[in-house]
Structure formats: structure tokens, C-alpha cells
Design a protein around this ligand. Structure first.
Ligand code: ZN
Ligand code: ZN
Length: 321
């Protein structure tokens, strides 16, 4: 039995999707015609965690509610028109809950920050898969194509850098609109979250980019990089040097390289200690502007500088491969 249901699309024709893996819960959108034409019946992929599930498993709670309501309406319509005489008896014979019962599970939203609609549109990045050309968009990093699962870190990297730059330009507007919708405290917290997320996103997209690009070096077969090697600046720089003759510290100036080292360690803190400075950070980063127990302050200037550094490094590495 097929029941036609019209799900709502946004102005650009994208369909909201939600990763069914509870650890991830990423919210993303796929251009409706690509979801219909390019996603296979067997599986779709989460752009953030590459969780694999049947295409029916990606509804948002609102869509699940809508589908449930329409299925019920359809079923009751059938009962009324065709089975009116027997339906009452049938329903009476069923336990509480009626003839159709569905379970819905609700997951916490992936976005911890209050971002007004206009700002979240701005933060949204649209990606197109290099392989199958499925178009999708996401608020955060997107590493995989939802239709074919292809790892698109190389092309996603530039989109991430551009988005961070646009976000920096829009910070004043974001602060004002959150302040208008809520209060000054929430506005400051949102801006802080956005800056911290931008730093994390730049570092992690660069790591994803470097890892994907390294797969294309001619002598790739001679290397067996350990898991998460690209999260380590020194080790990955050394591996590039072995492969191409130059590492990160040959491409960047000593001062730029040590800034990059600090930002990599800051990403680690934001991801693992919620930004609280520990002894490990001081030892590894050589950044003595903080004491143990302080919390990192991420300034727009730093995020802009990091965007410039990783972008240049990415281009230079790409030219050498
Ligand atoms: Zn996911
Ligand atoms: Zn694809």
C-alpha cells in the first residue's frame, strides 16, 4: 500500500534530514530531487559520521509526526469509506492504542547554540559530491556524500574556510539579532560558541583535507599512517616531508608554524576539556599567555589568521601532489 505524503521543502528545494545514529544526530539537508534520484533504495549516508541506513530512517521528528498523522488520516479514511460497518467491531477488538501504533524517538538537536534563522542560513554550506553530484547542505562540517558515501574532504575544505570567513564578517549582525531575539548574555554566549566552533571546524576540516589529499600522493603505497595521525601536526608534517620533500614547517615561516601548533592544541582543548587550559596544553603548545585552570578565549582575529594559514597550506600541498 502506497500513501502519497508531501513533505515540506525549504525555499531552495532542500529536504530536512536527521542522522538516526543517536551519538551523531547531525541535521542536514539534501536537494529533494537528488534524494529522490541519487540515493539508492538500500542506503543513505550521514554526511558527518557516515552512518548507513535505509532512506526511510532519516526523518526529523516533525516529519515523523507528519507521516504518522497522514497515515492515520488515510487509515481512518479507508475505515470510514470502505469498512465502516466492520471498523467499529475491529477497533473494539483491539487493545488500547487503536489499530495502528507507531513509536517515535526524539533526539536532542545537534546545535547547542541559539542561532536565528537568518544566521543559520548564512552558516549553512552547500556541497556537491564530486562523484555522483548529489547536492546537500549542512550547518557544520560535512565529510561524506549522503547518496554515495564518498569522502569529499578535499572539496569540502574550501567551502568550510569560506563559510568561516563569511561567519566572521557577520558576527556583529549575529550578535545583534540573537540579542534582539533573546538577551545580551545569550548573544555573547552564541558568539563565543560560533568562534570556538569555527576554530574547531577549520582545524578538523584541514585534518580531513590533508588525510584525503595524502591518499593521492604518487608514492602513497609506501606509507601506512596510523589512525588519527593527521590530528598530530608534527607527525603529519614529517610524513609529508618524507613523501614530497617538504613538511608544514618548510612551507610556513617558523612563526606561522608555531601559531598553527598553538591552534591545533586549542582545538584539542575545546574538544576534550571544553576549553579549560591544562598542563598538557602549556607543554605542547608553548603558549604561556595562559595559566592552568584558565579558559581559552577565541578572538575573531585568531580565527581569521587560522583560516589564512590552513588555506595557504592546503593550496601549497595540493600544488606539490
Ligand atoms: Zn551521523
Ligand atoms: Zn556522491
Amino acid at each position: 500500500m502506497r500513501i502519497p505524503i508531501q513533505l515540506e521543502l525549504d525555499d531552495a528545494g532542500f529536504l530536512d534530514r536527521l542522522c538516526p545514529d543517536e551519538r551523531c544526530g547531525a541535521e542536514f539537508k539534501v536537494l529533494f530531487e537528488d534524494w529522490r534520484d541519487k540515493v539508492r533504495d538500500e542506503a543513505a549516508f550521514c554526511p558527518r559520521c557516515r552512518h548507513e541506513a535505509e532512506p526511510t530512517e532519516w526523518n526529523t521528528p516533525a516529519q515523523s509526526e507528519q507521516i504518522e498523522a497522514e497515515v492515520l488520516r488515510y487509515a481512518y479514511g479507508l475505515i470510514n469509506t470502505e469498512l465502516s460497518s466492520t471498523a467499529r467491531d475491529f477497533n473494539r477488538s483491539q487493545g488500547p492504542g487503536g489499530m495502528i501504533s507507531m513509536s517515535l524517538s526524539y533526539r536532542p538537536a545537534a546545535l547547542p547554540v541559539v542561532v536565528p534563522a537568518s544566521a543559520s542560513d548564512l552558516l549553512r554550506q552547500t556541497f556537491e559530491c564530486d562523484v555522483c553530484h548529489c547536492r546537500h547542505s549542512s550547518l557544520g562540517a560535512a565529510f561524506f556524500c549522503p547518496a554515495c558515501g564518498h569522502n569529499s574532504s578535499v572539496s569540502a575544505f574550501q567551502v568550510s574556510v569560506d563559510t568561516v570567513r563569511k561567519t566572521l564578517d557577520a558576527l556583529t549582525g549575529i550578535r545583534q539579532s540573537v540579542c534582539g531575539a533573546t538577551d545580551a548574555d545569550t548573544a555573547e554566549n552564541s558568539v563565543r560558541h560560533i568562534l570556538e566552533n569555527s576554530l574547531v571546524k577549520l582545524v578538523s576540516s584541514f585534518q580531513g583535507y590533508a588525510e584525503a589529499l595524502f591518499d593521492t600522493v604518487p608514492n602513497r603505497a609506501q606509507f601506512a599512517p596510523r589512525r588519527n595521525l593527521f590530528q598530530n601536526l608534527r607527525e603529519s608534517s614529517d610524513m609529508w616531508r618524507t613523501a614530497l620533500g617538504e613538511g608544514y614547517d618548510d612551507i610556513l615561516s617558523p612563526q606561522e608554524y608555531s601559531s598553527l601548533e598553538v591552534y591545533f592544541q586549542q582545538r584539542h582543548l575545546l574538544a576534550h576539556t571544553d576549553g579549560l587550559v591544562d598542563q598538557d596544553y602549556l607543554d605542547r603548545s608553548g603558549d604561556h599567555s595562559y595559566a592552568v585552570g584558565q579558559r581559552l578565549v577565541v578572538r575573531p582575529r585568531v580565527v581569521g589568521e587560522l583560516a589564512d594559514l590552513v588555506e595557504r597550506l592546503a593550496h601549497e600541498l595540493c600544488e606539490r601532489t
